[in-house]
Design a protein around this ligand. Structure first.
Ligand SMILES: [Zn+2]
Ligand SMILES: [Zn+2]
Length: 418
């Protein structure tokens, strides 16, 4: 059935081979996928189980080992102890952007200069790893979104360095990657291929334990509540500087890291690797300096690796403190005696605790802005449901609430005049 069978190129991914297979045989990728895998397969082909990879490899005339080397399974037991056949995001292996059940044109990170050099543009399997941020050959950061319009860049495309949506050439926007970032990346790749790494304090460690710890540190450094404080503390003791872009803050967990630009991700990795540099001494010092203790550190994921659990238990143990009824009552009395209102926020400030268990106690109401002086003063005295729907309606029509109310009043008056 397959007249054209593409040979795998250096470091090519299975996804990319399937695209070239369907392109060469002039059928849609969706159809090629259905023929080879059946209709119900998950669509992230690089994360398919080796069994499924085999049916594609037969079509492309590859051996079993070759087929597995083209998928993320080459890192099974290296980056994660057991790789599930899933299209969802794993640690360091983000999911590809997708629409429901469809095979998407490949939205891979790429180096526009590598693509320009080769006769056949293809996607590299290494670029699936979230810690791969730059091209060691051309010393530039990888590109996955158009610099001008933010659209995902896709394969197959005759000129894959051009954006399909706006036509801008991505080679005009290339950012040079510093040598330090390239070396750090090469070092991580070699740990992954070797399967182990070493630490002065803990000795030899499996690579998947190290990568889980690295992800944990990155999650801590990008978290909404503690990230900024931690990064500032690291900077103040001479560590590297990293930022988190505002538009990634609404993402959760690993996704926040995957959404960062390659430059910011490389900076984040260098900060995490700085902590690893003298593990666990630097980590303990930084956490202590900002009063970050066990219950918060261990809340950044499930199954903390021993490499993290051990220093946290040893040096950063501080169990969660729950306030008792008597303590809350005496805090209330204290506020009352000093003539302050007994509100939840006053109690929280006084005790330095969020008092979750005591938040439904019935406290004094908050102090409101006087009548006619609030932000939505034109709606004062109007019932809450009407206020809410006016705000929504004004937002839909792109007006300020006051403008919308004024217009509605004018329309009503005009009707009455007629
Ligand atoms: Zn390159
Ligand atoms: Zn564009």
């Amino acid at each position: 059935m397959w007249l054209v069978r593409p040979l795998p190129l250096d470091g090519e991914s299975l996804y990319s081979i399937l695209f070239r297979l369907s392109l060469g045989n002039d059928i849609s990728t969706q159809d090629a996928c259905s023929v080879l895998l059946g209709a119900k397969q998950g669509r992230d082909l690089d994360k398919l189980s080796p069994f499924c990879a085999l049916s594609i490899s037969e079509a492309a005339e590859l051996t079993e080992e070759q087929a597995i080397a083209l998928t993320c399974y080459r890192w099974n037991r290296l980056i994660t102890p057991n790789m599930p056949a899933t299209r969802h995001s794993l640690d360091w292996l983000p999911a590809l952007p997708s629409r429901k059940g469809e095979v998407l044109p490949l939205a891979y990170p790429r180096c526009p200069l590598c693509l320009e050099e080769g006769t056949i543009p293809y996607a590299r399997i290494n670029h699936r790893l979230a810690f791969v941020t730059c091209c060691p050959k051309h010393k530039v950061f990888l590109v996955s979104k158009c610099h001008a319009c933010g659209n995902h860049l896709t394969f197959p495309n005759e000129q894959p360095f051009l954006c399909v949506a706006c036509g801008k050439d991505q080679r005009d926007y290339l950012e040079t990657a510093p040598q330090a970032f390239i070396e750090a990346q090469e070092n991580l790749l070699s740990i992954l291929e070797r399967g182990w790494t070493e630490n002065e304090h803990y000795g030899a460690q499996y690579s998947f334990v190290f990568f889980r710890l690295l992800m944990w540190l990155c999650r801590m450094l990008t978290s909404k509540s503690w990230g900024k404080t931690l990064r500032q503390a690291i900077r103040s003791v001479g560590g590297p500087q990293s930022n988190v872009e505002e538009n990634t803050l609404w993402h959760r967990g690993n996704e926040r890291i995957y959404q960062l630009s390659p430059l910011e991700r490389a900076k984040l990795l260098s900060t995490a690797l700085w902590l690893w540099g003298d593990w666990p001494r630097r980590f303990i010092d930084v956490c202590r300096s900002v009063n970050l203790f066990s219950h918060t550190i261990l809340s950044y994921g499930r199954n903390p690796p021993f490499l993290l659990l051990d220093p946290v238990r040893e040096a950063l143990l501080k169990p969660f403190y729950a306030f008792s009824r008597a303590e809350v009552n005496s805090a209330k009395k204290y506020l009352h005696k000093r003539g302050r209102r007994v509100t939840l926020s006053e109690l929280q400030t006084l005790t330095g605790n969020k008092l979750h268990a005591w938040s439904n106690e019935g406290y004094a109401g908050r102090v409101c802005i006087p009548y006619g002086e609030g932000r939505y003063w034109k709606l004062d005295g109007i019932n809450n449901q009407v206020r809410a729907s006016v705000k929504v309606q004004a937002h839909i029509e792109g007006l300020k609430t006051a403008q919308w109310v004024e217009r509605a009043l004018q329309q009503a008056l005009q009707k009455n005049c007629r």
